[in-house]
Design a protein. Structure first.
Length: 167
């Protein structure tokens, strides 16, 4: 019996996609579960990758992860949820665990589609380059906090979503 792909599996695939290094440095800074505001979030982006290279235009790639059709249908009924982040991104991606989650014609304008395929993600529909609005300072601070939190989880092998126990 096949195991169900989880959000954690998809996040790990996104880390592989954006984890390449050149000359000892990562091309992308990555963050999981980015809040739109540091302390009283209204919305959360599942994953953001910041291109650190000039040749990549220092692009911001936002990702919405869905592992079930019902979760995707909920997203479609409330497009304003993703718009909180999408309007500040150069690229916006829907990342799904299975091709059957998104039916033909359902992908909103301006979204790309990545599909889980083994240990990697396959581009099903390339994300178009968007015209992003400037990133508000509170969102920038929240992104920086999430990059730091994600990097700490990566460096110490911790679960990024579990609070650290201080003794």
């Amino acid at each position: 019996m096949a195991t169900k792909t989880t959000e954690r599996d998809i996040l790990d695939q996104l880390h592989r996609r954006y984890g390449r290094t050149t000359m000892g440095a990562r091309r992308y800074a990555v963050a999981e579960h980015v809040r739109n505001r540091p302390f009283d979030p209204v919305r959360i982006a599942d994953f953001i990758a910041v291109d650190n290279w000039k040749t990549g235009g220092y692009a911001l790639h936002g990702h919405e992860v869905k592992v079930s059709r019902s979760d995707w249908l909920t997203e479609l009924r409330a497009p304003e949820k993703a718009e909180v982040f999408k309007r500040h991104m150069d690229y916006w991606w829907l990342v799904v665990s299975d091709r059957s989650i998104v039916r033909p014609g359902e992908l909103p304008t301006g979204w790309g589609l990545l599909i889980s395929c083994g240990p990697y993600l396959q581009v099903s529909h390339p994300a178009p380059r968007l015209e992003p609005e400037p990133l508000p300072r509170e969102m920038l601070v929240s992104l920086a906090r999430s990059v730091s939190r994600t990097a700490a989880g990566d460096a110490f092998g911790r679960d990024w979503d579990q609070p650290e126990v201080v003794r």
